[in-house]
Ligand binder design. Structure first.
Ligand code: NDP
Length: 333
């Protein structure tokens, strides 16, 4: 049984000595527990948060404990009446081939219809609901408004822009390469894209948002948040979904410098964690599933083989090398 354990809290960019990858016995389960074999491991920016001991929305991973992750696995043994061997489950688990499943943290995946399990897991377990509730419940876009999203070609951001289009908004995405900008405008139907690595974001926003910004869905924080603040319309909304530009920082991140806009334009900025909406996940899955079936939402999974490669691939989230939802495939269901 191969297990990744947290050995050091990361400082700055992720390094190989932060985790260890070791061979260990398969755990044995007690009453009320499940033994779960890992099929797919979701790699997420929040893995970096959990490794650190910064103030966060749940306890950090303890040093020397198995690394926490969002998993999809198969129950191989059950001592809980709600689950049986063979059930496919998803939820919070650890980076290990075999693990003790906590029934309170896992849900049965159920019938995924025509969608392969890996795609259903990749879209509906985390990033789809994040885009759906973050945009619709926190951002509250109205028809005809302008929605700007950063991390726009990423797993969450690409869905945010497509929902904005479905709701009759102008969707403008900010992403880190020409290929990503072309993908979101040509394939996903965004109205415009800004490459923050080669363009002056503030100038490009002025050009691409002639009526200002009503909703800025923030995946990154930092300078991009500042540039968007400057263009916000009266009573604009800013759902704070993620601050990935700061996750590897070793010093407190200064700014936002345009904070006065909060007052002048009577803005509302609101952070959220998708699990706040857990009881409503079936609603998000139903709506997103319908839009996907109608061809109105396209998703891209970025799947790599081998649990042993998890840490190497996790780094891609911070360099922008991932192309869609990053997933490690250990064994197909
Ligand atoms: P993505 O698929 O968007 O991957 C991360 C992307 O972030 C990279 O591809 C890269 O794209 C971009 N990025 C990395 N570093 C920077 C930087 N310094 N400045 C600007 N962009 C950067 O990941 P997810 O869709 O899974 O997550 C997106 C955000 O949503 C994260 O901040 C994450 O923490 C947050 N999140 C929040 C949840 C919640 O409940 N609140 C739930 C899930 C995710 P590029 O090439 O464009 O730079």
């Amino acid at each position: 049984n191969r297990v990744w354990r947290l050995r050091k809290r990361p400082v700055g960019e992720l390094t190989n000595d932060v985790l260890s990858f070791e061979e260990e016995p398969i755990p044995t389960i007690n009453d009320g527990q499940l033994l779960v074999r890992l099929n797919y491991l979701s790699l997420d920016p929040t893995n970096r948060i959990w490794m650190s001991d910064m103030d966060q929305y749940m306890p950090p991973v303890e040093l020397n404990a198995p690394m926490r992750g969002l998993i999809c696995g198969t129950v191989t043994e059950s001592k809980h009446e709600g689950f049986a061997a063979g059930d496919i489950v998803s939820g919070l688990g650890v980076w290990a081939d075999y693990q003790i499943g906590d029934p309170a943290m896992l849900n049965k995946l159920g019938d995924t219809g025509p969608l392969p399990v890996v795609d259903a897991f990749g879209t509906f377990a985390l990033v789809g609901p994040t885009a759906y509730f973050g945009l619709l419940d926190i951002g509250k876009p109205q028809e005809g408004e302008t929605v700007v999203v950063s991390g726009a070609a990423g797993a969450v951001g690409s869905i945010v822009g497509q929902i904005a289009k479905i709701k009759g908004c102008r969707a403008v995405g900010i992403a880190g390469s020409e290929e990503k900008c072309t993908w979101i405008t040509k394939d996903l139907g965004f109205d415009a894209a800004i490459n923050y690595k080669t363009e002056d974001v503030a100038e490009a926003l002025k050009k691409n948002c002639p009526n200002g910004i009503d909703v800025y869905f923030d995946n990154v924080g930092g300078n991009i948040l500042d540039a968007c603040l400057k263009q916000m319309n009266l009573r604009g909304r800013i759902p704070t979904c993620g601050l990935i530009s700061g996750y590897n920082e070793t010093e407190p991140v200064p700014g936002p410098y345009n904070y006065a806009m909060m007052l002048m334009q009577r803005l509302r900025i609101e952070g959220f964690i998708v699990t706040d909406f857990a009881p409503r996940f079936p609603e998000a899955a139903a709506e997103l599933g319908k839009w996907m079936a109608e061809g109105k939402i396209k998703v891209r999974q970025d799947v790599y083989d081998g649990l042993e490669n998890a840490l190497e691939h996790l780094k891609k989230l911070f360099t922008g090398e991932n192309k869609g939802k990053l997933i490690i495939r250990v064994e197909d269901t």
